[in-house]
Design a protein around this ligand. Structure first.
Ligand SMILES: Cc1ncc(COP(=O)(O)O)c(C=O)c1O
Length: 469
């Protein structure tokens, strides 16, 4: 077997066969060829390694949006032709999403703004008796704030994850054994390191002690097949914008009893069966929580994206993602002064990790590295604390780290570009001066321009220094 090399001029022919699956994108995405201006002049194809924040739209999804846009009209509120079509598209999107997640026939499928919104909605639906919650929400310290802060407003308890996944599951068991947990809230995959949690096992564990489980699938859904009926998951939340449908819709799927009895998430038109001047009778079903005019295009495009993902060949999908990840991790580990981070020492990077790699570069603030990669190499990735402050602190990264994340539109060349940039940084240092402006690292004397419809605004050009998210 040939040995992979990781220099900027690595030719595909020199690469290890293990990485062949990542030579091309697995699906076409809108904007795949955009050119990023470099600080020293010229342009380069934008290497988007920030899928975990927001993934680009699948080209199929963009085309679908154009197809349905002429029919865009009010939903549930009009007898006209376009309104009927829009209503049909919106309601059918629920069925498509239910199928995508392997939902039970009676599961509610509620469209929301995003995962954060979905989990806040569920927090308003926890069972209450005599005006008191009947149990507590249990969560780990590895969660994204979206699956941490909504529970702080209700009875809750948290535990610190252990060094291994096995020990962490054991800690969860011990906490559940203590009793009084109504809901276990857990991420499907960490947005910080990409490590996957064993949701089928955790669902069985929660149920053993009379609790339910909600899975934050914001990161998992774009990377793995999900089957909530088979895994016995009670609630699942995810976002369209991380699933190749960046049009502002999220979803909460799950058992209808709590949702039908819970506090309506958005009080307003459509959420009631009867409103009076001094009172209201709330409706049940998804409408209870979807007050106001819904985001029909967001829901429709999210549903269309799920169809594309559901049709992917599992083996190709996994091979593509694993190849990019292994290439990146092995390449980063060969560069002196670079550390790759993970939460659990017993996670298998090939099977238990999605397309996310977290790392830091000795001697450089993460925000500065991100600004440098963007300005000098046209590489986009995320830096900071990833809205997971407790975890970053516990991992010994209180001032943040870097996260490369990828997906269907990614190719090996994106990873090569990142590695070349980090090698250059370690070998030659920064090629430009950088300053902190409006709290973010930016190149000094930046004369690059944005398109005329995106005027340069302070704080948009750079990357977060330690203190920010
Ligand atoms: C694991 C996880 N949960 C929740 C969220 C919140 O998603 P959104 O911003 O779409 O609400 C994110 C976003 O990064 C995430 O990665």
């Amino acid at each position: 077997m040939t040995t992979a090399t990781f220099s900027s001029n690595t030719g595909a022919g020199l690469l290890d066969d293990r990485f062949a699956a990542a030579g091309r994108p697995l699906a076409a995405v809108t904007g795949a060829e955009i050119q990023a201006p470099l600080i020293q002049g010229g342009h380069v194809r934008y290497a988007n390694l920030d899928y975990g924040a927001s993934a680009p739209a699948l080209s199929v999804v963009s085309a679908y949006l154009n197809e349905i846009l002429p029919f865009y009209a009010s939903v549930h509120r009009g007898a006209g032709y376009a309104s009927q079509i829009s209503t049909s598209v919106y309601e059918n999107a629920r069925n498509i999403v239910r199928e995508f997640v392997g939902g039970r026939p009676d599961d509610s499928v509620i469209f929301t703004r995003n995962t954060t919104d979905s989990l806040n909605l569920l927090a308003g639906c926890l069972p209450v008796e005599d005006q008191r919650h009947t149990g507590e929400v249990l969560y780990l310290d590895i969660e994204h704030h979206a699956n941490l802060l909504p529970w702080q407003g209700v009875p809750h308890r948290s535990i610190v994850a252990s060094d291994t996944l096995e020990a962490t599951v054991a800690s969860l068991r011990a906490e559940l054994e203590n009793g009084d947990v109504s809901l276990l809230a857990v991420t499907g995959a960490s947005n910080v390191t990409g490590e996957i949690l064993p949701i089928r096992r955790l669902a069985a564990l929660a149920h053993e002690f009379g609790a339910r489980i909600v899975v934050d699938a914001a990161q998992l859904a774009p990377h793995r097949r999900i089957d909530i009926a088979a895994d016995d998951v009670d609630y699942l939340a995810f976002s369209g914008h991380k699933l190749y449908a960046p049009f502002g819709s999220g979803v909460l799927v799950g058992r209808p009893d709590w949702l039908d009895a819970g506090t309506p998430h958005l009080a307003g038109g459509g959420a009631v069966s009867e409103a009076r001047l001094d009172g209201v009778s709330w409706t049940t079903g998804p409408a209870r929580h979807e007050g106001g005019s819904p985001n029909v295009l967001g829901a429709a495009t999210l549903a269309r994206a799920t169809q594309v993902i559901a049709a992917l060949d599992q083996a190709n999908w996994h091979a593509h993602e694993t190849a990019i990840r292994s290439f990146l991790v092995e390449g980063l580990q060969r560069i002196e002064g670079v550390t790759v981070h993970q939460i659990f020492s017993d996670t298998d990077p090939d099977t238990d990790t999605i397309g996310v790699v977290n790392f830091s570069v000795e001697g450089y603030d993460a925000g500065l590295v991100a600004a440098y990669l963007s300005a000098e190499h046209g590489v986009g990735l995320r830096d900071g604390r990833f809205c997971a402050h407790p975890l970053l602190k516990r991992l010994g990264l209180p001032s943040g780290s870097l996260r490369a994340s990828f997906g269907l539109g990614s190719r090996l060349e994106d990873a090569q570009r990142l590695l070349a940039g980090i090698e250059d940084l370690r070998g030659s240092g920064l090629g430009w001066d950088y300053v902190v402006d409006s709290g973010r690292w930016v190149p000094a004397n930046d004369t690059r321009s944005y398109p005329h419809w995106a005027p340069n605004t302070p704080g948009t050009a750079g990357a977060a220094p330690c203190a920010l998210d």
